[in-house]
Design a protein around this ligand. Structure first.
Ligand SMILES: Nc1nc2c(ncn2[C@@H]2O[C@H](COP(=O)(O)OP(=O)(O)OP(=O)(O)O)[C@@H](O)[C@H]2O)c(=O)[nH]1
Ligand SMILES: [Mg+2]
Length: 304
């Protein structure tokens, strides 16, 4: 039997629902999801199977007008993900676009359409979050986004699952013939230490607000297998100022305790074993300018 295998990159403006879509197509959580923009910082691979076809889905950071060094690295990674893929899905938050056609999300999406055109890159357009809008508002949007540059247009809800079968079939049809890259039972390609750090970062995004999530990074320092089958994980949360450290800790340590509790529970679920999680908070003003941090999460380091 001939097998097929290739890469399908999901790109789009921040908060479009890319990570939600990749998790839904894969059928398990490979990428973290939060209501905040710029959650995803690196390309994450998840594996979906459809018959004899293996689709390696690439979740990418949101594409927007970058300012900080970290932002530039994230946006560059997203475009690289698209350039390397056999299929590209541009995901748009249609509910947000319809509600605010001049808004930041809409402008970012339009700029990505221009980018795809300039690169002569064929893609499918997927209008997401149709569960959260009037369907009558979809048509004008298709026109506005210049749907003619797209091979196909899908209307989906990554959250509820609507339209995902057709989109998955389209991705599968784009995969070239070839051997599978991953064993049939593997759904994620992210080292456990990194996934553990991402899980903690997700809880920080969910629990803390304003600039704090963007000023923080998480690294897994130690991963210690114990004889009883459990694992001890030490992680450092980096922030940029003393005042931020105080916020992460919270009154009497309440905040970090809650973050640790949520993260540990999810790690236990994902790694299917008991986890002892120890979180430390350190101030490192320039973590976002250190090469090692970029290497750690697999990003190219922008020189300026
Ligand atoms: N109503 C609705 N909400 C959705 C849908 N898909 C995603 N969301 C929500 O949109 C928010 C952002 O989802 P993510 O998957 O983190 O979005 P993203 O594009 O990966 O965001 P970044 O990584 O920050 O670029 C979350 O609160 C999701 O629950 C959908 O189909 N309908
Ligand atoms: Mg994401």
């Amino acid at each position: 039997m001939t097998t097929r295998c290739g890469f399908a990159a999901v790109i789009g403006a921040p908060n479009a629902g890319k990570s939600t879509l990749v998790n839904a197509l894969v059928g398990s959580k490979v990428a973290i999801v939060t209501p905040k923009v710029q959650t995803t910082r690196m390309n994450v691979r998840g594996v979906a199977l459809r018959g004899e076809t293996q689709i390696v889905l690439v979740d990418t950071p949101g594409i927007f007008k970058p300012r900080r060094r970290l932002d530039r690295a994230m946006v560059a990674a997203a475009w690289t993900g698209a350039a390397d893929a056999d299929a590209v899905v541009l995901l748009v938050d249609a509910a947000d676009f319809a509600a605010d056609p001049q808004g930041r999300g809409a402008r970012d999406s339009e700029a990505i359409v221009e980018g795809l055109k300039a690169a002569d890159r064929k893609a499918a357009l997927a209008l997401n979050k149709i569960d959260a809008m009037k369907h009558a508002d979809l048509l004008p949007l298709v026109e506005k986004l210049n749907a003619s540059v797209f091979e196909r247009v899908f209307m989906i809800s990554a959250l509820k699952g609507d339209g995902l079968n057709d989109l998955g079939d389209w991705c599968a049809s784009k995969m070239p013939e070839g051997p599978w890259l991953y064993p049939a039972d593997q759904s994620a390609d992210i080292p456990s230490r990194l996934l553990a750090a991402e899980i903690t970062r997700e809880k920080i995004y969910l629990r803390l607000h304003d600039e704090l999530p963007y000023a923080s990074a998480v690294e897994t320092e130690k991963w210690e297998e114990r004889k009883d089958g459990s694992v001890k994980i030490d992680q450092t949360i980096y922030v940029q100022r003393d005042s931020q450290k105080a916020i992460v800790l919270g009154k009497g340590g309440a905040s970090i305790k809650a973050i640790g509790e949520l993260a540990r529970k999810e790690m236990e679920h994902i790694f299917a074993r008991r986890v002892h999680l120890f979180l430390f908070v350190k101030v490192r003003e320039d973590w976002a300018d250190k090469r090692e941090h970029y290497r750690e999460i697999g990003l190219e380091y922008p020189e300026e």
